[in-house]
Design a protein around this ligand. Sequence first.
Ligand SMILES: NC(=O)c1ccc[n+]([C@@H]2O[C@H](COP(=O)([O-])OP(=O)(O)OC[C@H]3O[C@@H](n4cnc5c(N)ncnc54)[C@H](OP(=O)(O)O)[C@@H]3O)[C@@H](O)[C@H]2O)c1
Length: 262
Amino acid sequence: MSRAPFAGSYGPWALVAGGSTGIGAAFADEIARRGVNLVLAARRSGPLERTAARLRADRAVEVVTVPADLADPAGLDAVLQATADLPVGLLVANAAVIPTGPFLAAAEDEIASAIDLNCRSSTLLARRYLPAMAERGRGGVIFVSSLAGMQGVPGLAAYSATKSYLITLGESLWAEMRGRGVHVVTVCAGAVSSPDGPQAARPAPGTSTPAEVARAGLAGLGRGFRVVPGGVNRVGAVALQRLAPRRAAIALVGRASAGSLE
Ligand SMILES: NC(=O)c1ccc[n+]([C@@H]2O[C@H](COP(=O)([O-])OP(=O)(O)OC[C@H]3O[C@@H](n4cnc5c(N)ncnc54)[C@H](OP(=O)(O)O)[C@@H]3O)[C@@H](O)[C@H]2O)c1
């Protein structure tokens, strides 16, 4: 792996929102392997510090941790303050919560919090870090979305809507930043074997590891607006988007997610 070109394009610092566990920690590891220092933000300091210590020891990069609730405007401000003197060349907007179950059973504050974290914080982080990247004429933003955002999913209504939002936001920013040296890509992951994530009771076909998702996301920088990690997921996404009628796609994905989350 060539470290210098990646660090030259996306270094010297990367910010991973939700970088303490699961897919975010895998992004942090893959970015550190490419020679870029890290700012990791998440709520719980225990997992944050454990991931940071591992990266400092294994990858010889600098790691700054920011314990912050990104669903809260004060948490976003804390991240901005912590990075005030750090040139952030790569943002991974990964933190999300996944309200599951019937929409009518979900509490209003649970839905509001999912929108605040999944949509609001990802959008405002991009708004805060993109201007300096555009000024430098280099950098990248990765939005971590989901195949669940490519159509409605009964049982995951608010979650799939927030992930659709990120797909659209990512496409718009990809187009706005093209030609300015800043690469924006949205990763639409299928099922992922995250240790703390939305766990599958039975692994779905095409389940990826967090490292596979992170590698696919980083490889996708500068190559287009969207990445679907995994061959099975890519074929499934094309079939559901282009071949199946929309109502069949909604029903199929709803059944698949109900089966995997039960
Ligand atoms: N796992 C899957 O099957 C799957 C599939 C498709 C897409 N995705 C997407 O991949 C991303 C990561 O998922 P994951 O499976 O890796 O989940 P995860 O292991 O639960 O990791 C979530 C990360 O976000 C942080 N986080 C959660 N709420 C936060 C908040 N309010 N403020 C700041 N940080 C917060 C968590 O740390 P704290 O809890 O300490 O805050 C953790 O670092 C999400 O965007 C998810 O939608 C996952």
